[in-house]
Write a protein that binds this ligand. Structure first.
Ligand code: GDP
Length: 311
């Protein structure tokens, strides 16, 4: 496995801590339809505590001014968060992130398709990569998040399905649509196979904040998705599991809750911890606010840590 570059590794450990790996930060009792849950350890021995980040009354993204004001008031909390996230700290940490800012998506535009990391747009903005098996609901989720009904269709046009596709949101962060993954048969059995440059992207893209790993909640856990989570954990690539299709129930199959519990148990077993997870449905809009708030908080955290890297 290609290791993440040294400088990127330190940043990524901090982001993983902020997102809930080892430490636990996110609120458990979201008033919204979707749930956002803190990462948790794979064993009962690992400390777990959920810190309430912001009041439920703050789940209102109508006023950016209010968001700015709140952010200023909690600036010191953010500074405390940065210093709490000592990269090499092996013990459990608890980081309190400030309320999310800039949650609303005002503009979303396709920037470019790239076939290697060098071709990607200059790394000026924090970015969030979306990945999942084909048919998991990736395009639908990107469209739901951005509120654009056909934005992700760009990635489905011939020639672009196997590319790294960058979308610029609010002129300040990238949502990146990555090609899916599969299994390659080798003498040792089935191994996870990435598109050649997707793996390079994980290792080299220094502005990658976190990966959103999409998992279909309407079906029982797929070994391929668990292998993918284990690969991220091993490569120290921070990731959040985004369960899709919460509204869907196929006849004769277990309900989404059961599939999710089974997936989380399998990931905790394979990775030693379960990263944050968010439950969504592109059909009903469930989880949209939670996911955008999650992205906004990690973005702020990352930007504060890397103000010198980002031009
Ligand atoms: P992609 O191949 O991962 O980009 O998946 P798409 O977004 O194209 O979705 C694949 C199929 O799943 C389509 O038929 C979608 O209508 C359906 N789908 C996607 N998201 C949802 C969802 O949240 N609920 C339901 N019921 N169906 C969904």
């Amino acid at each position: 496995m290609r290791a993440v570059k040294g400088c990127a590794r330190q940043q990524r450990r901090a982001v993983a801590a902020a997102a809930g790996k080892r430490g636990n930060v996110f609120l458990d009792d979201s008033p919204q339809q979707g749930r956002r849950r803190s990462g948790r350890g794979g064993s009962d021995d690992e400390p777990y505590s959920a810190a309430k980040l912001f009041d439920s009354s703050r789940f209102n993204y109508d006023s950016d001014e209010e968001e700015e004001e709140e952010a200023q008031q909690t600036g010191s909390a953010a500074d405390a968060a940065s210093s709490a996230a000592a990269p090499e700290q092996e013990q459990a940490v608890e980081i309190v992130l400030p309320p999310p800012r800039g949650v609303r998506v005002k503009t979303a535009e396709f920037i470019k398709s790239s076939v290697n990391v060098e071709q990607c747009p200059p790394p000026r903005f924090p970015e969030f990569a979306v990945i999942g098996r084909s048919n998991v609901g990736k395009s639908s989720l990107i469209n739901m998040l951005t509120g654009r009904s056909s934005l992700a269709m760009v990635s489905k046009t011939p020639g672009k399905t196997r590319c790294i596709n960058h979308f610029l949101i609010n002129g300040s962060w990238y949502l990146v649509d990555l090609p899916g993954y599969g299994y390659a048969r080798t003498s040792k059995g089935n191994v996870l196979e990435w598109n050649r440059f997707t793996r390079e992207y994980f290792a080299e893209r220094e502005t990658l904040v976190t990966v959103l790993l999409l998992v279909d909640a309407s079906i029982p856990p797929m070994p391929l998705d668990i292998s993918c989570a284990a690969w991220f954990a091993e490569a120290e690539v921070p990731f959040t599991v985004v369960f899709t299709k919460l509204d869907k129930r196929k006849k004769g199959t277990p309900p989404a809750e059961e599939n999710i519990a089974a997936f989380e148990a399998a990931v905790a077993d394979a990775c030693g911890y379960m990263p944050p997870s968010i439950l969504t449905s592109s059909k009903s809009g469930q989880g949209r606010n939670e996911l955008l708030a999650h992205v906004a908080q990690l973005r702020d955290f990352f930007t504060k840590q890397n103000h010198s890297t980002l031009a």
